[in-house]
Ligand binder design. Structure first.
Ligand code: ATP
Ligand code: MG
Ligand code: MG
Ligand code: MG
Length: 494
């Protein structure tokens, strides 16, 4: 039997404490009489050092034949005595009696060397990067956050609902979709008028990978009360940004009898609770990532440096109330802002345009200096299912703008939009009128309309991109670095 390093590091050493450790060699140092290796098994950011004396096998020591296979990258099991460490930085180490090499790794070919590799390089070897400190830490934090998500909803009376991954509806035009088909892509069967004959396709209709589980989630809420989804979501985003993946995990709670204020309160409590969970359960990993970021910051120009460290930023988010304001108020702030006046925004701000990440980040990082929830967006830039406000928006100087909907976006520092949600339109007539205006066919989602036709109720919900949350908590700049196997344009090999 063997101990995970995480537990081993808490074990009291002594002359009779024999232990076995199994893991991968991170580093190896040699002196004339001894060999020092650091081992990591993925259970913790902390390595354990093991020391072997060399000499002839007959003398009960480890032979050079075995020791030469112990190189960076090799997988080994070492058995020995757990002793107090002489060296600085570690309390205990293993004095090796026996070592078994499960899998050697040719040191000239093994891509991971005991030094800091660039994130760009590690993205090219994404299949091996979990063996680095940075990525193992990220993956453990990701795990803790996923667990916290389920715990939060379970503790608060939500049911976990699995919505379909293959869908016939395009949900909301939320993003470009990936087609799912068994037809011959080059020569698909065609009907008499030349169109592709989907009746011969596997499902007998056009189908896509889901871009959101929301519409189906609403069905769940209007039967079970409170539900959440947490599953893979696919968008053929054609842009190469640091915040978009083609395959990501979305968390979508949906609640009957919730209106916009309760929806906002839930979103705020939810993100704060899961961040608190990560701080409690991953202190070593977050301290490591905090430190890593500090070193990265030191290399940046002064004006690009961020004022808060990672841990400070997380503390700041969980201890401050999120700022709530309407889209119309935000537009006013943005128009009056220094970057707008100096022409420093890439995209123009005026009432009616969707906010870009640069605007969202200005509001959060420069103006309010805390997370922000924007509400009541213009109807024209939001999805058809959002509940319509009764009166149009009125500006600070009495200007009357267009109609708005009860949407809410939660904006975070460094990220911009982390959550998008709304109260849903529960009035059948208003909903179908809006669908007709924007060209959503009622026939295609007759099942969705049934929830308004039979026993409709006020309800609300939101979508949180899980990777954006992991990005925020780990402080990583690129979303491709917080998912084990990133899917993005031209990136699907492993
Ligand atoms: P954005 O404006 O950033 O493109 P969105 O408004 O298109 O996001 P929504 O349809 O509101 O996104 O989806 C809800 C949440 O899902 C977003 O707030 C975000 O956290 C996340 N999300 C959306 N698209 C992606 C993506 N391509 N990769 C990762 N997360 C995403
Ligand atoms: Mg988008
Ligand atoms: Mg958006
Ligand atoms: Mg959105």
């Amino acid at each position: 039997s063997y101990l995970p390093i995480q537990q081993l590091l808490k074990t009291t050493p002594g002359p009779h404490v024999t232990v076995t450790v199994k893991g991968w060699v991170r580093n190896k140092r040699e002196s004339k009489n001894a060999l020092f290796i650091t081992l990591n098994d993925g259970s913790t950011i902390n390595n354990i050092q093991a020391v072997a004396e060399r000499g002839p096998a007959e003398a009960g020591q480890l032979s050079d034949d075995v020791l030469k296979l112990v190189t960076t990258g090799a997988c080994v099991a070492v058995t020995g005595t757990l002793v107090e460490s002489q060296g600085a930085g570690q309390a205990v180490e293993v004095k090796i009696n026996n070592i078994h090499v499960y899998g050697p790794a040719d040191p000239d070919k093994y891509p991971l060397q005991p030094k800091r590799h660039s994130l760009e390089f590690l993205r090219e070897i994404a299949h091996l990067r979990p063996r680095t400190n940075t990525f193992s830490a990220i993956l453990r934090v990701r795990h803790a956050l996923a667990f916290a998500v389920h715990k939060y909803f379970n503790d608060n009376g939500f049911y976990y609902l699995n919505t379909p991954i293959i869908t016939a509806s395009d949900a909301e035009g939320a993003g470009e979709m990936f087609r799912v088909t068994t037809l011959d892509p080059v020569n698909p069967p065609r009907t008499e008028d030349g169109k592709v004959d989907y009746s011969q396709d596997f499902f007998g209709r056009e189908t896509n990978l889901t871009v959101s589980g929301q519409l189906e989630g609403e069905l769940g809420a209007l039967a079970l009360g409170k539900i959440y989804t947490f599953g893979p979501t696919f968008r053929a985003e054609n842009s190469n940004t640091t915040r978009h993946l083609a395959e990501f995990w979305m968390i979508e709670p949906e609640m009957a009898f919730y209106e916009l204020p309760e929806n906002m309160a839930l979103a705020e409590d939810f993100v704060k609770t899961v961040i608190r969970y990560a701080l409690q359960h991953c202190p070593d990993d977050l301290a490591f990532l905090d430190n890593r970021l500090k070193e990265e910051e030191k290399m940046k120009k002064k004006e690009e440096q961020s004022e808060l460290g990672l841990l400070e930023k997380l503390q700041f988010v969980i201890s401050n109330e999120f700022e709530r304001l309407t889209y119309t108020e935000a537009i006013d702030i943005l128009i009056q802002s220094k970057p707008a006046k100096k022409g420093q925004f890439q995209y123009e701000v005026k009432w009616g345009v969707d906010l870009q990440s640069e605007h969202e980040r200005y509001l959060v990082e420069k103006h309010f200096k805390k997370p922000v929830i924007l509400t009541n967006y213009p109807r024209e830039i939001k999805a058809f299912y959002m509940k319509q406000d009764d009166a149009p928006a009125v500006g600070a100087r009495g200007e009357v703008f267009g109609p708005t909907v009860r949407a809410m976006d939660v904006l975070f520092p460094g990220i911009g939009e982390i959550i998008g949600g709304s109260q849903r339109e529960d009035d059948l007539d208003k909903l179908t009128a809006r669908m007709a205006e924007v060209g959503v066919e009622a026939d295609a989602i007759w099942w969705y309309l049934d929830t308004r036709r039979f026993g409709s109720a006020p309800h609300a919900g939101f979508g949180l991109g899980f990777e954006r949350l992991v990005q925020f908590v780990t402080g990583m700049g690129n979303i491709r670095d917080v998912i084990p196997f990133p899917r993005a344009p031209k990136q699907a090999e492993f």
